[in-house]
Design a protein around this ligand. Structure first.
Ligand code: ZN
Length: 160
């Protein structure tokens, strides 16, 4: 399938989701759903881009998905979710919170330049920026675990 055909198919599938479940999928901008569909795993799962937690499963309590602005909206207002710009990433609420306004574009070579790229990330930029964000979140998760260990030790030191 050619790239334009693939894009058309993705848009159709996303629009169907919105039509079939308007109260849920209908509440997302279509381009967020397209990004989720593009990034999905080898089976039906949508995984968190930063920690691989499954975001949608066939269980009522399983929904844990959010859409992250890969390049933070506060710094790149031109990269909103409302356009097909490659900037939305499916991730779990924990990782979204951990990443917050961290900017993967300023860690390593600057890949996105507004003047040149005009509000759009290509596949290559997106891949590298996701990888940087993933490393950052993983590092934070590891540190958080250390904080928890210290917390437990502190509680134990208090003897209760
Ligand atoms: Zn996650």
């Amino acid at each position: 399938m050619s790239e334009p055909e693939q894009a058309t198919q993705l848009r159709e599938v996303a629009s169907n989701l919105m039509r079939k479940e308007p109260d849920y999928f209908g509440t997302f901008p279509v381009d967020v759903l397209i990004a989720w569909l593009e990034d999905r795993g080898t089976d039906h799962r949508v995984l968190c881009a930063y920690c691989d937690t499954p975001l949608l499963e066939d269980r009522l309590d399983s929904f844990n998905g959010t859409a992250d602005h890969l390049l933070p909206h506060a710094i790149y207002p031109q990269l909103g979710f409302d356009k097909a710009n490659g900037n939305s990433v499916a991730c779990c609420s924990r990782c979204n919170w951990l990443k917050r306004t961290w900017d993967p574009n300023t860690h390593g070579d600057r890949l996105y330049e507004e003047m040149r790229d005009k509000g759009k990330l290509n596949k290559y930029q997106r891949e590298i920026l996701i990888k940087r964000s993933r490393d950052h979140v993983q590092e934070k998760l590891a540190r958080r675990h250390a904080a928890w260990t210290h917390w437990v030790a502190a509680c134990e030191a208090l003897g209760r």
